[in-house]
Design a protein around this ligand. Structure first.
Ligand SMILES: Cc1cc2nc3c(=O)[nH]c(=O)nc-3n(C[C@H](O)[C@H](O)[C@H](O)COP(=O)(O)O)c2cc1C
Ligand code: SF4
Ligand code: SF4
Ligand code: SF4
Ligand code: FES
Length: 602
């Protein structure tokens, strides 16, 4: 095998690919060849590094130099200076997002020195940004398929289940059900066929953890599915992945082909007599299809609608056969638990929620991206130490966890250690790992409206409380944000929320009221301000705002008037301007363009 003195890792995750990292990689390859370094320097396309907001990202080893926001134009200089002459190009290295004065000191040369990574523990993301996901040998070089080998040659199926049970791992897809227990329900069932299903539907707005694992380390999921298959006696697996994830689908197909070629999928794996093969099924991107009974209907070629449980999938799942359905991130943990042991896995996280959790950190936060932390890490650590707090000096207001099924938490909850119980106890939930940070400019009533709008769109329509109840709730929220709400509306909203929660058939309807209930619980004063004072305290809800020009600040530059789409602004050059409130549509253009802060929102 060729040995290279340097490796150039170019991120090939969806985020970086969308900002042309594939062309950057090509340019590196061309340029390296041009300067005759292609025998010494290898270029590798990887999965996501995590700090997507700074993408496209390029890391050069052995130094670990972390080049962020790369462009094609910068490649030639990095090849000439860094790779040819050994001089790191400081000006293109990632800089911490701190005050300008500290910038010089904050320069980093190595990836692992960066604040964003310091508190992280990468287990599910262990290989993402490290290996070429399109080359099975790179996975194998990182102990890939060792766990499958160990399980098939040294362990009985029930021993595998006991091992996973002892690790205490809980499903990362939302509900946190113990994985070993789920496998143990399916194992004793007799059937001519059983199935392992990987749930890669990932429908939560803002979530992209599962996509990143599939893009960056697809073999980990295949290996885990084969292990689960052996444990419960299944010979066939399906990966249900949404069609909007073309890079993940492409890499999964490459990975499945390569694993089959090496005999790691297919007949008689490791000469153990165990057969297991995997197919993909593409979902059309309906949120409800992430719910396990709807997902199985969809695989069967039917319309994805939830069904009553029981029967549970472990007894009667896909085509009526015993099936285990696990989330991508859950599966990505499995081979490492087998390789490293139960004590290792339990050495981080909390007693009831061992291990780590991956979060897609987004919203009003400096370092948006993918973060994996030990369970028990506090929200404050994630938001401030890793995420770098809110941008532009704005004040943190709330954090939404668990997507449309979760809730909004406040400053008072910042020291809550993250695990399933703690988040549930304060009215939110872990969910699949979306974490959206909000600052003082976010209106909490509007946030509740946003999530409910999503639920109304995504409800499968099978049961009345969810189909109609969420719609009525949305109408009330819309009225409130338009300044037309009443105090009775607030009572009705609360009442409807609890009946939708209690009487819906599946998890979608049962959790849909959570964003409303949590905002009512922690931000009731904002609801009251909308209803009673007809004001939006965050100055976000357009119907409740007026745009006015402060004549003392206005210098008469005319910019606002030129940008007003309805010609509502009048004034002469170098004279204070005035807004005609009857014409103003509250589009906010004048507010955004005025360089003198003269346009005020009231
Ligand atoms: C409306 C709804 C959407 C869901 N979407 C997902 C999803 O996108 N991915 C996922 O793994 N689980 C999702 N779940 C949870 C799954 O139904 C199921 O519990 C999970 O895939 C089991 O895997 P785990 O035990 O490894 O977490 C969803 C549940 C509901 C009610
Ligand atoms: S709760 Fe909503 S999504 Fe679930 S079955 Fe009923 S209508 Fe469909
Ligand atoms: S853009 Fe600002 S400063 Fe210029 S005219 Fe309008 S309000 Fe006055
Ligand atoms: S908010 Fe929009 S419509 Fe109103 S004055 Fe400003 S630019 Fe014109
Ligand atoms: S996609 Fe490149 S860092 Fe996430």
């Amino acid at each position: 095998m060729a040995i290279f003195r340097s490796h150039v890792l170019v991120c090939g995750g969806t985020g970086c690919t969308s900002s042309k990292s594939d062309l950057i990689r090509k340019r590196f390859e061309e340029k390296i060849k041009e300067v005759n370094l292609d025998k010494e320097v290898q270029v590798i396309g990887t999965g996501c590094f995590g700090l997507c907001e700074q993408g496209p990202i390029v890391i050069v080893y052995p130094e670990g130099s972390f080049y962020s926001r790369m462009t094609i134009d910068r490649v030639d200089e990095i090849v000439k200076e860094h790779l040819l002459k050994g001089r790191i190009v400081d000006k293109y290295l990632y800089k911490e997002k701190v005050t300008k004065e500290d910038l010089a000191e904050a320069e980093h040369k190595s990836l692992m020195d960066v604040e964003f990574y310091k508190k992280q523990k990468r287990v599910a993301l262990r290989n993402c940004g490290v290996i070429n996901p399109e080359n099975i040998k790179e996975y194998i070089a990182r102990d890939g398929y060792m766990a499958l080998g160990k399980v098939l040659t040294e362990m009985k199926p029930n021993e595998v289940i006991d091992f996973i049970k002892a690790s205490g791992i809980r499903g990362r897809g939302g509900a946190g059900f113990p994985t070993g227990m789920k496998w143990s329900f399916a194992a004793p069932n007799k059937a001519d066929q059983k199935y392992i299903i990987c749930n890669a539907d990932e429908g939560d707005p803002g979530a992209f953890m599962d996509r990143s694992v599939l893009e960056g380390d697809p073999h980990a999921v295949l290996e885990a599915m084969a292990i689960a298959g052996y444990a419960i006696g299944a010979t066939k697996g399906f990966i249900y992945v949404r069609a909007e994830y073309p890079i993940a689908v492409h890499r999964l197909h490459i990975a499945i082909d390569q694993a089959r070629e090496l005999g790691l999928l297919g007949k008689n794996i490791f000469d153990s007599g165990f057969d297991f093969d995997i197919e993909t099924r593409l979902g059309a991107g309906a949120f409800v299809c992430g719910e396990e009974t709807a997902l199985m209907q969809s695989i069967e070629g039917k319309r994805g609608m939830s069904k009553i449980k029981p029967p549970f999938p472990a007894n009667k799942g896909l085509w009526g056969k015993p099936s285990v359905i696990n989330n991508v991130e859950t599966l990505a943990n499995i081979p490492q638990i087998i390789n490293n042991g139960v004590d290792w896995f339990r050495s981080f996280g909390t007693a009831k929620s061992p291990g780590t959790k991956v979060f897609a950190l987004g919203g009003k936060i400096n370092n948006t991206g993918l973060v994996e932390v030990p369970m028990g890490t506090t929200l404050r650590e994630v938001i401030y130490d890793i995420g770098g707090g809110c941008p532009n000096g704005k004040e943190f207001k709330a954090v939404q966890t668990g997507g449309p099924s979760g809730g909004c938490l406040t400053k008072e909850h910042l020291d809550t250690p993250i695990d399933y119980e703690n988040l549930g106890a304060v009215g939110s939930m872990m969910g699949s790992g979306g974490m959206i940070v909000m600052d003082e400019d976010n209106c909490m009533v509007d946030i509740a409206r946003f999530f409910l709008d999503f639920t109304v769109d995504e409800s499968c329509g099978k049961c009345t409380p969810c189909r109609l109840g969420t719609k009525r709730m949305l109408e009330i929220l819309e009225r409130i944000t338009e300044g037309k709400g009443t105090m009775e509306d607030l009572d009705e909203l609360e009442e409807l929320a609890s009946s939708v929660k209690d009487s819906s058939l599946c998890g979608l309807g049962q959790t849909a009221p959570n964003p409303v209930l949590s905002t009512l619980r922690y931000f009731k004063d904002e609801y009251i301000a909308h209803v009673v004072d007809k004001k939006c305290p965050a100055k976000h809800c357009k119907s409740l705002l007026t745009f006015e020009i402060n004549k003392d600040k206005c210098v008469g530059c005319t910019l606002c008037a030129r940008n007003c789409p309805v010609k509502a602004i009048e004034g002469k050059v170098k004279n204070p301007h005035v807004i005609n409130q009857d014409l103003c549509t509250k589009c906010g253009n004048c507010y955004n363009v005025c360089k003198f802060g003269a346009v005020e929102k009231n």
